[in-house]
Design a protein around this ligand. Structure first.
Ligand code: UD1
Length: 321
């Protein structure tokens, strides 16, 4: 695949940069396209080309897609709470952006795309582990934009022959243990980066949202999937599409639920000290338990997560900081 050129939209972000690093390792030619709204300079690699542009800028997209064999589409807004307060922003960036990407691919004759979807397409789980056949019922606008983009992909496959891999991430976590990805997310909203800020003293304390859930220790269970495992899944999905595989929709998770308290305990173990923790009320919209059945990714791609130990995931995240 050495001669294939891959356009990575949002390649300077957290997951994007890990995927770029994996693509470079596999000798792909990589063009990173990022408006640097949340992407970071430290996440750019010398070996990858870079264009600073927005997916809302169609003429920039057209130029970037010249000679490209496949597109990997991160470049999305992803804060659940913000999506409920400012749906216009999410509609513009995630939905108009997706239409721009797909229409430009059609104009340029590009047939393969990997899309960053999310477990948020399922909404409150009716059963766990959640498989890909679980009803699709997002409870936030962010999840709605991911689901609608998946539906666009299905139609563009039927009507225009675009082959896609929609990858539904559960809770992306960790950092490259080899330290190839350096950037740190600004204003994080998720558990692990918040713990990192508490560890650094940037935040006074961690609020644990809800301790009265019907779970073994009363806190929510989530499926924390290491970002390097996400990266290998992207490259496998890309290779499958480039080899002529049909479109696919796959969960990417470990299949194991880990509680907030277990994450905090793993962080404290790694740091060798207690963290300031406050037990707070439940956060609206949080399901008690959410973890994946990821067997389809194994069957279709032969993919299996390597980082299954929560200590490894948490320590690789905190080592960075
Ligand atoms: C959410 C979305 C997911 C999205 C992800 C990335 C849902 C159901 N999930 O995951 O689709 O891809 O964000 O933006 O919408 N927690 C605390 N204290 C904190 C922060 C979090 O206790 O300060 C707890 C939460 O209550 C939750 C767990 O930690 O139980 C993980 O939270 P978070 O990292 O925000 O991810 P999700 O809400 O699971």
């Amino acid at each position: 695949m050495e001669n294939k050129k891959i356009l990575v939209l949002g390649g300077a972000g957290y997951i994007g940069a890990h995927v770029v690093s994996e693509l470079l390792k596999k000798q792909y030619k990589v063009l990173v396209y990022d408006n640097m709204s949340t992407g970071q300079k430290e996440n750019l690699f010398d070996k990858a080309e870079f264009i600073n542009a927005d997916i809302l800028d169609v003429s920039a997209l057209e130029k970037a897609m010249d000679g490209v064999d496949a597109v990997i589409f991160f470049a999305g807004k992803k804060a659940v709470g913000e999506s409920m307060l400012n749906p216009e922003l999410y509609a513009r960036n995630n939905l108009v952006g997706a239409v721009n990407v797909l229409n430009t691919m059609c104009a340029k004759g590009i047939k393969n795309i990997i899309f960053s979807s999310s477990a948020a397409v399922y909404g409150i789980p009716q059963y766990v582990p959640v498989d890909e056949k679980h009803p699709l019922n997002p409870i936030n606008f962010y999840g709605f934009t991911k689901l609608e983009t998946e539906r666009l992909l299905e139609w563009y496959d039927k009507l225009k022959g675009i082959k896609y891999a929609a990858l539904r991430y559960f809770n992306a976590a960790g950092y490259d243990p080899d330290g190839r990805v350096k950037g740190r997310e600004q204003n994080p909203q998720n558990l692990l980066p918040i713990i990192a800020e508490v560890a650094d003293g940037k935040r006074k304390c961690l609020q644990v949202f809800g301790t009265d859930y019907d779970t073994p220790d009363g806190t929510c269970l989530r499926d924390y999937i290491h970002v390097n495992d996400l990266a290998t899944a992207h490259v496998l999905a890309l290779e499958a599409l480039l080899d002529g595989h049909d479109s696919m929709t796959l969960n990417l998770g470990t299949g194991k639920g880990v509680s907030v308290k277990e994450i905090v305990a793993a962080a404290e173990k790694f740091l060798g000290r207690k963290l300031p923790v406050e037990y707070a009320p439940r956060r609206p919209g949080d399901p008690a338990i959410l973890y994946a059945k990821a067997d389809r990714a194994k069957q279709v791609l032969g993919w299996q997560p390597k980082f299954v130990n929560v200590d490894e995931v948490v320590s690789s995240f905190l080592k960075k900081h």
